[in-house]
Design a protein around this ligand. Structure first.
Ligand code: SF4
Length: 377
């Protein structure tokens, strides 16, 4: 599988500390993925100890793919997204591993270099657009500003806010403003020419999220990182936005890392899925395979606890317990304290990825009780 590291050893396992994946992803060449995350570790020191929010994650995204990252709140998904975009807030930091874009490492870049990558090659969309949009600038000005700063005047990212505003003002009747209107039209904002002069508070929640997507895609980034982009929206608007994201991916040739706790969103949108639990990826497969043949007990629990709109009178079974405190994760299988199948060994051995797909399907799960016969507990 493209997401998976090469199998190591006869048991069909892949080292979750990323050694094998690192070799595969880190070598630039025809096989280099658009995004290669290798054994990434992001931590936050606190008074109580070190929070291991991302604890040895490998993940790849190829050009033109939508890859889902799914898991409960507190599983480390958002910190992984922030690590990819280079916006981990202090005192958090990437303490190990790598993030490569087109094979080029991002973790050692300076803030100025990362600024050029963000918006030019990687853009982000967050759950709450009100926190990301500037309430004092019109929506059109903000999109035009993004276009100007990352394309025509890319070197000006360190300009003062006042200078940026002057640039935006000059751009208003120019190419950047026209581009802003085109982008608002692309995300189906009605009457984009007049709505471009509206301020964020004059937009509905769904329109604000569309405007954020327009801004994020205005520079045609290679990768869009979308962190819970539809969570705050009602179901109808959510479906529209997801449909638009999929269409825009085609139109702008942008790959998408879609972070969500919502399995239905993943099922509708993604080509491949990574399931994250307590700082680690525990299962990964193509979307259809994952939903038709879930293997990891955590993934099975997530699916069993998620209501489906196409099924009446469902028996939903919640996963017992809570996501562990990421300061104090179990030494071995992180899911062991909640797992209905846990054995003594699960508290002693850190499970590696094993091939679990039928008939050679690319599908891996990190569970001691799955995988080729003879390897299972
Ligand atoms: S390794 Fe053991 S505890 Fe962990 S998911 Fe598999 S069966 Fe459950």
């Amino acid at each position: 599988m493209s997401d998976a590291a090469p199998s190591a050893g006869a048991a069909g396992t892949t080292d979750r500390d990323g050694d094998a994946a690192g070799d595969a992803v880190g070598t630039a060449g025809d096989d280099t993925p658009l995004l290669g995350v290798e054994n990434l570790q992001t931590q936050f020191p606190t008074d109580r100890g070190v929070v291991k929010a991302v604890d040895g994650v490998d993940l790849t995204i190829e050009s033109g793919e939508i890859v889902g990252l799914v898991g409960e709140s507190g599983s480390g998904k958002s910190v992984l997204a922030e690590s990819v975009a280079g916006i981990v807030e202090e005192p958090g930091e990437i303490v190990g591993g790598d993030v490569r874009l087109h094979g080029d490492s991002l973790v050692d870049k300076t803030e100025a270099e990362l600024e050029r990558v963000r918006g030019g090659q990687i853009s982000m969309v967050f759950q709450d657009p009100m926190n990301s949009l500037n309430p004092t600038l019109s929506v059109g000005e903000q999109i035009a500003e993004t276009v100007r700063l990352h394309q025509d005047v890319g070197e000006s990212v360190s300009l003062s806010a006042e200078m940026k505003r002057k640039i935006v003002g000059a751009a208003k009747n120019g190419e950047a403003w026209r581009r802003a209107i085109e982008m608002l039209e692309a995300v189906e904002i009605p009457e984009p020419e007049s709505r471009a002069t509206d301020y964020p508070h004059q937009f509905s929640g769904g329109m604000r999220q569309r405007a954020m997507i327009a801004m994020a895609l205005s520079c045609e980034p290679d990768l869009l990182v979308a962190d819970e982009p539809t969570t705050a929206l009602d179901v109808t608007i959510q479906a529209q936005i997801l449909e638009e994201l999929t269409g825009l991916k085609e139109e702008f040739d942008t790959s998408i890392l879609l972070i969500t706790h919502d399995l239905a969103v993943v099922a509708e949108t993604c080509d491949r899925v990574n399931v994250m639990y307590a700082g680690e990826i525990v299962e990964r497969a193509e979307t259809e395979e994952l939903f038709s043949n879930p293997q990891h007990p955590y993934t099975q629990g997530l699916i069993a606890s998620t209501p489906r709109i196409d099924v009446e009178d469902q028996d939903l079974t919640p996963i017992e317990g809570n996501v562990p405190d990421l300061i104090d994760v179990p030494f071995a299988c992180h899911f062991a304290p909640r797992c209905p199948e846990a054995e003594r060994e699960c508290f002693e051995i850190d499970p590696e990825f094993r091939d679990v797909g039928e008939d050679g399907t690319d599908h891996e799960a990190a569970c001691l009780r799955r995988g080729p016969e003879g390897d299972r507990l």
